[in-house]
Design a protein around this ligand. Sequence first.
Ligand code: SAM
Length: 264
Amino acid sequence: MERKYAPAKRSLGQNFLVDQNICRKIVDALDIKPGENVLEIGPGRGALTRHVAERNPGRYVVLEMDDALADALQHDFPAIEIVRGDALAYDWASLNPAEGWKIVGNLPYNIASPLIWDIVSRAGFARAVFMVQLEAGQRLAAKPGGKDYGALSVFVQNHATAELLFRVPPHVFRPQPKVTSAVLRFFLRPTKPTQHEALRLSSTLRMCFQQRRKQLGTILKSHEVSGYEEVLRALCIDPVQRPETLEPERFLALAKLLPLDFLA
Ligand code: SAM
């Protein structure tokens, strides 16, 4: 008999996938081998969960904030480990890189960007596949020079490769969102920034992208960053360059060399 669910909660970004081909395509992109560990964010009514479970993962952990949905999932999939609560509060650093975690989720639109920011900088994972709003997906995967390229692109791409795999139209969800979605795949870089470097990078990005149309030299001068001219010279960065044209790895090099006095 079909299960009766409470109406979808807009506050929790509940747009449930109803197209089995799309679900399968998302889970295929995760490439789960039997015995591998999987963590799913926001399993909801289990659209992706049943496809993951079919692939015989080792540990299968899910993070779900809606208690009623968590209860139904625990009943339908007794073997999964359910963590009830906010995925933004999850201890991402507890995912051990040696355990080869694969992370998947059709993410609530309102938390997708900060959540991916946290995950790539703190969690150890072998691969991650996320569905997000198309605009967020374009920012995550953007290359320098365009309007989508910003702090999110630079921060995330310094930690992981971000690849937009395919778009997903509104009609495959219930209720239907007003926007198009996109599925992205991430692989951690073998040499990602340390926690300290990540902190410096995020401060540098906050400073630079607040004034993305200004020249880098002007921005650093207006923040009274001491010795910025020598740093730019040492990195062969032209002070008239604008932040939106500087590649992710050049931003990291800049963040590592700038004096600490601008860190708030
Ligand atoms: N995976 C399901 C699917 O594709 O049909 C549901 C996706 S729905 C877009 C987002 C899911 O995330 C919902 O189940 C919602 O309850 C859950 N959720 C929303 N905010 C959350 C949060 N902060 N932490 C954990 N889960 C959350």
